[in-house]
Design a protein around this ligand. Structure first.
Ligand code: FES
Length: 144
């Protein structure tokens, strides 16, 4: 016995449309991160250089900075000789730390170790830290 003024076929259609809309919204929410992950990285700004004052990098020291959205490190091992590396560990992507006493980079996640040139010294990283080109221009270091 039904005492509703809306016919059951209209209710069924409404519920079908409503569930379809909810399903589409959930699929879109779940699919967006997947599409972003699978899409190639944007080239916008990829060729842009990041500048840094030479004074920011002490002789024998390092300076961490953001380079195209990721952490990089600039070093001055000898006076006037600047190099730059990605500070992203090649194992699982943690940011490496500089250990001045040992003169090497150490990854805090699984103990990966890298030389100042980025070569793997130990631990699980499968390849060296990525090198980043450096150009000197007056009192600035242009990275990238
Ligand atoms: S993420 Fe660096 S050693 Fe695992």
């Amino acid at each position: 016995m039904e005492n509703s003024s809306v016919p059951s076929s209209q209710r069924r259609f409404f519920l079908t449309v409503l569930l379809g809309a909810i399903g589409a919204a959930l699929a879109a929410l779940g699919g967006w991160p997947l599409l972003r992950f699978l899409a190639p990285a944007s080239k916008e700004g990829a060729g842009g250089k990041v500048s840094l004052a030479k004074d920011a990098v002490p002789v024998g020291g390092v300076h961490f900075l953001q380079f195209h959205g990721q952490t990089a490190v600039v070093m001055q091992q000898k006076a006037g000789e600047f190099t730059a590396l990605s500070a992203i560990c090649t194992h699982l992507g943690c940011v490496v730390q500089w250990k001045a006493q040992k003169g090497e980079f150490v990854c805090p996640c699984h103990g990966g170790r890298f030389s100042p040139s980025g070569a793997v010294l130990g631990g699980p990283p499968p390849k060296p830290l990525e090198s980043i080109p450096v150009v000197l221009s007056g009192d600035q270091i242009l990275i990238g």
